[in-house]
Ligand binder design. Structure first.
Ligand code: PLP
Length: 397
């Protein structure tokens, strides 16, 4: 197909040319005296992204899923109880992993499209007077439904009950795009990956671990862990090295993407994502007369919108048409919402006119599939939104 593919899945995201160029490097000795400077630049840069001065970032050669496993295996013991809300495919997969690793899982079942149920977290913690729950898990941004949850609220629920459990947060599709605060929210492990807000290829598990969680690893945790051992990683990282061969080009790419985030300013990056998301939602709601999957505005995600197609329409056909006819990649509906939604990722290295491509292409694909959409309606609504909200667009030029 001629022209560039329009990549609007919610990860992997578009990799900026600067980052692509930074990754074209000859291989080198990862035990040379020159190497530690690269490791340190990456880890120091990540502290700013995680908003921490006290916790320790780690980079594992894995994707985000590896960091889930690292969190559970480093900090817990066989049979420990975890508390987790399930409201989409990724929170579901986290629950599934907890089961498969042998933990006792207390699941707060929610409707897909809802966010973390703060009162129910608090009630479950208050009821656990014996403190059997060792970790509270929350997915900050549920990528399957386009729902952002209030992590600070979960922390407040924990504090209100005086519960000592660790707080694990999945920030795979929020880190470096939506405000996340490791220290302020007293998060014990934050789990993320390189291929979304960090504007990189997949391949780096990006995580950050509090002193409390490291202490659990050292003193109480008995779950077997080897490849993902925080202590091995910490011991080697201290001198700028890794316990095994690191993916060198990805580290060079990460250093560049962290520099780009710092140049734009993290708060401007968040503002840009909120502003762009507003335009996408205007296209969906005002232009097309459709709805997003997130059930309430408080849960609207600034990184991904899951667009609900009218009953009787198969969203998979729209996605297929967009790809085959217009060389446009939209995100699929996963599991429970398969066929019901298509997703537009608006995170990472993107701007208004890139998103016009996604909105215009989705619009044409929907019309081709017989949906009663007025040509240009989504594009017009997004234009109106962005032109009216220019002041919020800091960092977009
Ligand atoms: N958690 C969330 C919220 C995600 O969106 C994803 C992937 O899209 C994952 C976890 C899994 O991450 P990975 O595919 O990097 O293993």
């Amino acid at each position: 197909m001629a022209g560039r593919n329009g990549l609007f899945v919610p990860g992997p995201t578009n990799v900026p040319d600067r980052v692509l160029r930074a990754m074209v490097v000859p291989m080198e000795d990862h035990r040379s005296p020159r190497f530690p400077a690269l490791t340190r630049d990456c880890l120091e840069g990540l502290k700013a992204v995680f908003k921490t001065s006290t916790a320790t970032p780690f980079l594992f050669p894995s994707s985000g899923t590896g960091c889930w496993e690292a969190a559970l295996s480093n900090c817990l013991s066989p049979g420990d109880m975890v508390l987790v809300a399930r409201f989409g495919q990724f929170s579901h997969l986290w629950v599934d992993m907890c089961h498969r690793l042998g933990f006792e899982v207390q699941v707060l079942e929610c409707e897909w499209g809802e966010g973390a149920p703060l009162e129910r977290y608090e009630a479950a913690l208050a009821a656990d007077t014996a403190h059997r729950i060792k970790a509270v898990l929350v997915t900050h941004n549920e990528t399957a439904t386009g729902v952002t949850s209030d992590v600070a609220g979960v922390r407040r629920a924990m504090d209100a009950t005086g519960h000592p459990a660790l707080l694990f947060v999945d920030a795979v599709s929020s880190l470096a795009s939506i405000d996340f605060r490791m220290d302020d929210w007293k998060v014990d492990v934050c789990v993320s990956g390189s291929q979304k807000g960090l504007m990189m290829p997949a391949g780096l598990g990006v995580t950050c671990v509090s002193e409390k969680a490291l202490e659990a690893r050292r003193r109480t945790a008995r779950q077997p862990v080897c490849y993902f051992d925080y202590i091995d990683m910490q011991n080697q990282n201290r001198n700028g090295y890794f316990p095994y061969t690191p993916p060198l080009p990805l580290l060079y790419g990460l250093r560049e993407s962290l520099a780009m985030l710092a140049e734009e300013g993290l708060e401007n990056v968040f503002r840009r994502h909120a502003y762009l998301a507003g335009g996408v939602r205007a296209a969906v709601q005002q232009g097309w007369g459709l709805e997003v999957c997130a059930k309430q505005p408080q849960w609207y995600s600034d990184t991904v919108s899951a667009v609900v197609v009218p009953a009787g329409t198969d969203a998979a056909r729209v996605i297929d048409r967009a790809f085959r006819r217009y060389n446009l990649s939209l995100g699929a509906g996963l599991s429970k919402v398969a066929g019901k939604v298509f997703r537009i990722g608006h995170l990472g290295d993107c701007n208004e006119l890139m998103l016009m491509q996604a909105i215009g292409g989705a619009e044409m694909a929907m019309i081709d599939c017989g949906l009663p959409i007025e040509p240009g309606s989504g594009v017009a609504a997004a234009q109106r939104h962005w032109r009216a909200h220019e002041a919020e667009a800091s960092g977009t030029t």
